[in-house]
Design a binder for this molecule. Structure first.
Ligand SMILES: *[C@@H]1O[C@H](CO)[C@@H](O)[C@H](O)[C@H]1NC(C)=O
Ligand SMILES: *[C@@H]1O[C@H](CO)[C@@H](O)[C@H](O)[C@H]1NC(C)=O
Ligand SMILES: *[C@@H]1O[C@H](CO)[C@@H](O)[C@H](O)[C@H]1NC(C)=O
Ligand SMILES: *[C@@H]1O[C@H](CO)[C@@H](O)[C@H](O)[C@H]1NC(C)=O
Ligand SMILES: *[C@@H]1O[C@H](CO)[C@@H](O)[C@H](O)[C@H]1NC(C)=O
Length: 769
């Protein structure tokens, strides 16, 4: 619960004191005070304790309640408080916000080639190996399995960058002397908040290491995707064989373990996360990659650790990349939507694992699976072994299906593929053919052989005579599967539920069936009795797409050290593509529909183009200050948050749509409106002429002026305007268009998202247009 800016005029002090004492129900709260404005962490912490003591009987009590004092970059503290104490602190001068700290959840080799970053092929410039040595990526996740080949030093790696203040902290099964090197240069863990809430780590209940070592696999996988060194000839049981590498194989890795093993997968507390932000920014990371979050209901930006931490990162020129969440495909469930970071959706790649189901007459059916051996048996309907034909353990007739291949329909039940796998395994079947209404390329790692097949083929299998003899052949790894990319079904969609004037997600990247490093002592599947050991494993989620972008951001930062986080984001967004490998618009997995910017933001990441975007939409802290003024923060509060001395809000509020974001969104267009944007020429040619072209959203007349922008060595920055005029009656639905600036070589493209809302003037004859 966020209690900020509440006024308590008229409530007597005795009432408040009574309130404090009578309420014993405590929670962890974060008290946020803005940026650190001195360089004395000891003094800052002393001030925090003093402030906290004001709501306790004694300094000793306050000390016990204190969990963290954030003192390096951002100022604030986390403490156990009751609601009355939180309310008093929220109304204390100098406090920006007080909010209840929540828990966040993790958003659970070919992909780089698919995106055009091919290091094996020496045509062109091997961008991935030319850049990154000087860049440190901070990975906020479940830790790391440091022995993985992904975290070995790349040949010829230079010394650790001089400014680095971080370190490898020793802990359980984690000896910095043995596991840290010029690749893995930092490893810290944040457990205070987690243990305060859930009790001491207890290995009898759940396995865990009290150190930066990963027990979930998630952190190892994401770190290897972002910055993994090259590792030759890796595969999952022969599937997807190739050279594994992260986005920036030469970049350095600093691991901040904030997510811990719990019954719900990985749980990360906000108080631990904010501590990691405060230290990582002080340590000197250049990029932060965070594949976790919380879906709606979302909170105000300064009542969320991720938003606060990434705001201070932005001020220091550090890019923060977040996953959008796995709450798709319903709209408006996207998380991590603040305008100062990058929010990443997930899509498929062109790799597939076709699996043949062969009949005796030589005819065959084609499904998807991760089958590693040859299986044969009689095809049996679910009805023979399960009541109602429902492939669920509770419906099993207690009849052995030994030697048979079960045909299960997801629509009978309905049942999930996991339920069908469990049930078929219990019935001792040889394999299960799982029929789904639409083929989803989810060949998830399982302990039991499962082949996914679409309903049309499933119907044909169903009509075969009972006990037809079938063979399942080992899966193949195929490329150029089309359509690809497709938006992943699970990827969280826009519009943003609290600031719909900023398009979120920003961009999409590969996140389905990604092969990356895996701790050998963690089973590759979710099955508790899986005893296999693997060093590489498949995972899907926006958790996997996020580090793809983080790796590319590291390369861009290395190539363009002067670019701000906003300039880097702009370069990624304006060069993203929206066509699939066949030149059609990117489609949406599990549907027959085309994607729109609420699915993929500006489009699919295109790293090679992002190095040379032509123009960028830059933003500084000043631009975000205007936004903070708009959403109701006072000049005094803003001054406490931002690092520079004087901050003023303009007399007339600047609408959010004028904030120089690389996409343009007007969530309620009621009348003719003009929007301003400024572009900066970062091309090699200082003299350049750019022309605008427009794709208008349906029902909106779009005029861009001027139509031509002339850049010279003396005029690197130019402003243009976009006038939007509603030309239809509508009570609100989103329509999509594009504005593209081109000099004949660069295409600088921005999504234009408009919701015409002429509700207020329905029935009137003199409509505003
Ligand atoms: C750990 O958990 C087990 C099982 O819940 C319990 O029996 C044991 O007492 C716990 N140990 C500690 C140190 O809390
Ligand atoms: C299932 O069948 C086995 C062997 O036929 C028998 O031992 C067992 O009790 C049965 N279980 C149930 C729940 O009927
Ligand atoms: C498969 O079906 C054939 C007859 O079609 C039968 O002879 C054989 O025993 C069956 N195998 C199993 C494992 O049920
Ligand atoms: C399939 O055949 C087996 C043995 O021949 C029989 O027990 C079973 O009932 C048949 N199933 C159906 C659905 O006809
Ligand atoms: C449309 O405009 C009306 C009147 O200005 C407003 O009340 C309503 O919230 C708007 N609808 C949307 C979807 O923005």
């Amino acid at each position: 619960m966020a209690i900020a800016f509440q006024s308590f005029w008229g409530i007597s002090l005795s009432f408040l004191l009574h309130f404090i004492r009578s309420e014993s129900n405590t929670h962890v709260y974060i008290v946020y005070l803005g940026g650190v404005h001195n360089h004395d962490p000891v003094l800052t912490s002393e001030n925090h304790l003093q402030l906290l003591t004001s709501v306790f009987q004694s300094k000793e009590e306050a000390k016990q309640a204190m969990i963290y004092s954030y003192k390096h970059v951002l100022s604030g503290f986390a403490a156990t408080l009751n609601e009355g104490q939180a309310t008093i602190l929220a109304n204390t001068k100098g406090v920006i916000s007080v909010f209840e700290s929540k828990t966040l959840q993790l958003h659970t080799t070919r992909s780089w080639d698919f995106m055009g970053l091919n290091v094996d092929q020496h045509k062109g410039f091997p961008l991935q190996l030319a850049y990154g040595d000087d860049i440190i990526v901070g990975l906020f996740d479940s830790g790391v399995w440091p022995e993985s080949a992904s975290f070995r030093e790349e040949p010829g790696m230079g010394p650790v960058p001089k400014h680095w203040k971080g370190k490898c902290v020793a802990g359980e099964e984690f000896n910095p002397k043995k596991v840290c090197n010029k690749k893995l240069i930092g490893a810290k863990y944040y457990l205070t908040g987690y243990e305060r809430r859930f009790g001491k780590i207890n290995r009898t209940r759940t396995p865990e290491y009290v150190s930066a070592r990963d027990v979930l696999g998630h952190g190892t996988h994401t770190a290897s995707t972002a910055v993994g060194s090259r590792a030759k000839d890796v595969s999952y049981s022969g599937l997807a064989r190739g050279t594994a590498r992260g986005g920036a194989p030469r970049a350095r890795l600093a691991v901040y373990k904030v997510c811990w093993n719990s019954n719900f997968g990985g749980t990360c507390t906000e108080e631990d996360t904010l501590a990691a932000f405060d230290e990582a920014l002080h340590d000197g990371v250049h990029v932060i990659s965070a594949s976790f979050g919380k879906g709606p209901p979302l909170r105000q930006f300064f009542a969320s650790s991720s938003d606060i931490g990434s705001f201070h990162a932005m001020q220091l020129g550090v890019s923060v990349v977040f996953s959008a969440g796995n709450n798709g495909p319903d709209p408006s469930l996207v998380g991590n939507i603040n305008p100062w970071s990058i929010c990443v959706a997930a899509s498929t790649v062109d790799r597939s694992f076709p699996t043949k189901i062969l009949l005796e007459d030589g005819s065959f059916f084609l499904g998807e699976g991760l089958i590693t051996n040859h299986i044969s048996g009689n095809l049996s309907r679910a009805r023979s072994y399960f009541f109602g034909g429902i492939c669920r353990t509770s419906n099993w007739k207690n009849v052995s299906a030994s030697g048979n291949i079960l045909l299960c329909f997801s629509t009978d039940g309905p049942v999930s593929s996991y339920e069908a796998e469990f049930a078929a395994r219990e019935a001792k079947a040889a394999a299960v053919i799982f029929v789904e209404p639409l083929t989803r390329p989810i060949a998830a790692v399982s302990i039991f052989p499962i082949i996914h097949i679409d309903i049309i083929q499933g119907m044909k299998l169903l009509l075969l005579p009972n006990s037809t003899k079938v063979q399942i052949l080992p899966s193949k790894t195929a490329f150029k599967r089309s359509p690809a990319p497709m938006v992943a079904d699970f990827s969280s969609r826009g519009p943003s539920s609290i600031s719909p004037d900023f398009l979120k997600p920003d961009i999409t990247a590969p996140g389905v069936n990604m092969l990356a490093a895996w701790p050998p002592n963690i089973p590759p599947s979710m099955f508790p009795d899986d005893e296999r050991q693997v060093h590489w494993n498949f995972q899907s989620g926006t958790s996997m797409s996020c580090p793809h972008v983080s790796g590319i951001v590291a390369l861009l930062k290395s190539a363009h050290p002067n670019w701000s986080p906003a300039a880097i984001r702009s370069a990624l967004m304006t060069t993203a593509y929206t066509k699939d490998i066949n030149g059609d618009d990117i489609s949406v997995e599990a549907t027959t529909k085309l994607s729109d910017p609420f699915d993929i933001g500006a489009g699919h990441i295109n790293p090679v183009q992002a190095f040379d975007p032509g123009l960028v939409y830059d933003m500084t802290t000043r631009d975000y200050v205007l936004f903070l003024c708009n959403i109701g923060y006072s000049e005094e509060q803003i001054q406490a948050i931002v690092s520079y001395p004087s901050t003023t809000c303009p007399d007339r509020t600047e609408p959010n749509w004028n904030i120089n974001y690389p996409s343009i969104t007007v969530s309620s267009l009621t009348c003719t409106t003009t929007i301003k944007r400024t572009v900066h020429n970062v091309g090699h040619m200082k003299t350049a002429m750019y022309f605008a072209s427009i794709v208008s959203p349906n029902g909106v007349e779009v005029v861009v002026w001027p139509r031509i922008l002339m850049f010279t060595p003396f005029k690197e920055e130019m402003t243009y305007f976009v006038t939007l005029k509603p030309v239809k009656m509508s009570e609100g639905r989103f329509d999509f268009g594009w504005i593209t600036w081109s000099d004949g070589f660069h295409q600088v493209r921005s999504p234009l998202v408009v919701q015409v809302n002429t509700t207020g003037i329905v029935g009137s004859n003199n409509m505003a247009y």
